[in-house]
Ligand binder design. Structure first.
Ligand code: ZN
Length: 195
């Protein structure tokens, strides 16, 4: 059973490992990730956000589970071209109710593998380009709050501290292991990568 883990769970800072096996377990993980994403009303979800240290994210920019034809799976994603920039608001399922304006490339070309392990490339712009950049950052252990302006970072400081406090309290209650143990689990999963 996967679940979306909140900031500052160490998985969110973990540089994930590439996937090299494309089996039923991988398909099961992807199915579960789409389910969690729809439930949380998101448009994208990276494996890091469910505490899995694999280079994988799912996307459906309609956010509508009745629109499965818009579902995309990116494995071992790499942005190979960035064009122009745009600043717009972003949120993240690891930071519920937190939003901030982030500069991103307006248009990107991304190279990835699909669920069968076949390489593909897509060009995307605007919302989809933004989502691809946000999710590709996740699998590198980077977060959108890193990209806010100094002023915006100050403005959200209290909320971020709130997330930190809530997570530490959840650890004290035993809902999550301590950071060292969580990192050990991530290392363990990553060493057994592919899933
Ligand atoms: Zn996110």
């Amino acid at each position: 059973m996967l679940k979306i883990v909140p900031y500052p769970h160490p998985a969110l800072r973990y540089p994930s490992k590439p996937i090299t096996q494309f089996n039923g377990e991988l398909k099961e993980i992807v199915r579960e990730m789409f389910g969690l994403m729809y439930e949380a009303r998101g448009i994208g979800l990276a494996a890091n956000q469910v505490a899995l240290p694999y280079q994988l994210f799912v996307l459906n920019i309609t956010g509508d589970k009745e629109s499965p034809e818009d579902e995309l799976v990116f494995i071992n994603p790499e942005i190979v071209k960035r064009t122009s920039t745009a600043r717009d608001e972003e949120g993240c399922l690891s930071f519920p109710e937190l939003y901030g304006k982030v500069f991103r490339a307006k248009r990107v070309r991304v190279r990835a593998l699909d669920l069968e392990g076949n390489p593909f490339e897509v060009e995307a712009d605007d919302l989809m380009a933004r989502a691809i950049q946000h999710e590709t950052d996740h699998v590198r252990g980077r977060l959108f709050i890193d990209l806010l302006s100094p002023l915006d970072k100050l403005a959200i400081g209290k909320k971020v501290q709130g997330f930190e406090k809530a997570f530490r309290e959840a650890q004290e209650r035993g809902e999550y292991a301590g950071d060292d143990e969580l990192r050990r689990q991530l290392d363990d999963l990553a060493s057994r990568s592919p899933v």
